[in-house]
Design a protein around this ligand. Structure first.
Ligand SMILES: NC(=O)c1ccc[n+]([C@@H]2O[C@H](COP(=O)([O-])OP(=O)(O)OC[C@H]3O[C@@H](n4cnc5c(N)ncnc54)[C@H](O)[C@@H]3O)[C@@H](O)[C@H]2O)c1
Length: 330
């Protein structure tokens, strides 16, 4: 039996907690959250023990795996505490808010005997894994150009509106576009140069848009767009890849019949969109199954802390490029 403690019971803490219910010999035993409403919600949802912080979580129960779903700027602090207690760790993306935090986390994890995985969920999303398989099988020959889009109108409105504070969330690039940056790195390897434009600082945080051009070491050029400025309710993602012998294209608007967006001007949880396809297994369940498999089979999870740091480095280079108006060479 693998016993799990979830830290942070907001949007993602709830999604992860649900996933643990669906895996054999895994039990969600405790949830930590400073917000009494979220603790009450966790009790109602799963009848688990609830505590108000990670210290109590680590003291109060025999937890094997700590699943960290707190706002991004708290990732390093909470991960450090979990490492000191020698637990397996699953951490939501992005790895950290800054490169310095991410590098300290990598150092902390050097020689760590337990598993650490990071939730870059696009690597577990069926259409995206299918595209990767096609590329690996050479169906479109040598890839040359990739285009991705990810966005919607509903700005995510988390705990105390932390997404709206660029210093805490990193805005649309670090929070949203990083999904595609990670995916493209998984397809094409290391990035050599980055150039980006964003609306950051020109509009409100609730209306952010970014366009990034990535040049990979293998020669591929990617055009990566992310937006919190779309028509209401219209969250979708697309991928197009052009290769020497063909093209691949995906558009989530054609395949996700259920799109849940929590609307409302006032609610703290408003605005996080979770697309669902009842015909497909939730990618959040698949990523957590991979993490459980890594613990049971004594192997690395698909997305290691080192991978997540590589992705964070590219996302932060894009932010720097947008800020300076210059190409950044990595
Ligand atoms: N993979 C994805 O698709 C995806 C989607 C949304 C968010 N995320 C990431 O997940 C993380 C959480 O985002 P969210 O939307 O769930 O945030 P949220 O604001 O909905 O929830 C955060 C929760 O953490 C709790 N919290 C705050 N400080 C805490 C502490 N010290 N200890 C324990 N709990 C604490 C808050 O009370 C809140 O319930 C972020 O890093 C975000 O970037 C990933």
């Amino acid at each position: 039996m693998i016993r799990v403690g979830v830290v942070g019971y907001g949007t993602m803490g709830q999604v992860h907690s649900q996933a643990y219910q669906e895996i054999n010999d895994v039990e969600l035993v405790v949830v930590a959250d400073p917000d009494p409403e979220q603790r009450a919600q966790a009790q109602r949802d799963f009848g688990v023990d609830v505590v108000s912080n990670i210290e109590e979580l680590l003291q109060s129960s025999q937890v094997d795996l700590v699943d960290i779903c707190v706002p991004t700027y708290l990732h390093e602090t909470i991960l450090t505490q979990a490492v000191e207690s020698k637990k397996h760790i699953f951490l939501e993306k992005p790895l950290a808010r800054t490169l310095e935090e991410g590098e300290r986390m990598l150092k902390l994890a050097e020689g760590y005997e337990q598993k650490i995985g990071v939730g870059h969920v696009v690597r577990f999303t069926p259409a995206y894994t299918g595209i990767r398989e096609s590329l690996l099988q050479g169906e479109i020959g040598q890839a040359a150009v990739a285009r991705t889009f990810r966005g919607g109108s509903q700005f995510p409105k988390g705990w105390h509106d932390w997404y709206a504070d660029f210093d805490l969330s990193g805005g649309v690039i670090l929070d949203l576009v990083i999904h595609d940056i990670d995916y493209l790195r998984w397809l094409f390897g290391d990035v050599e140069r980055v150039y980006a434009k964003t609306t950051h600082g020109r509009t409100t945080a609730h209306l952010e848009w970014a366009m990034i051009v990535l040049r990979f070491k293998n020669g591929v050029i990617a055009h990566v767009e992310g937006s919190w400025t779309n028509y209401p309710g219209d969250f979708y993602t697309t991928v197009e890849i052009a290769g020497r012998d063909g093209l691949i294209k995906y558009d989530s608007r054609n395949v996700n019949p259920i799109i849940t967006t929590t609307l409302g001007e006032t609610g703290e949880r408003a605005g996080v969109t979770v697309p669902e396809n009842p015909a497909a297994k939730s990618p959040y369940l698949v990523e957590i199954e991979d993490m459980i498999g890594a613990i049971r089979e004594d192997r690395d999870p698909l997305v290691t802390l080192e991978d997540a740091l590589g992705t964070l480095r590219v996302a932060l280079a894009a932010e720097e490029s947008a800020r300076l108006g210059q190409v950044i060479t990595l």
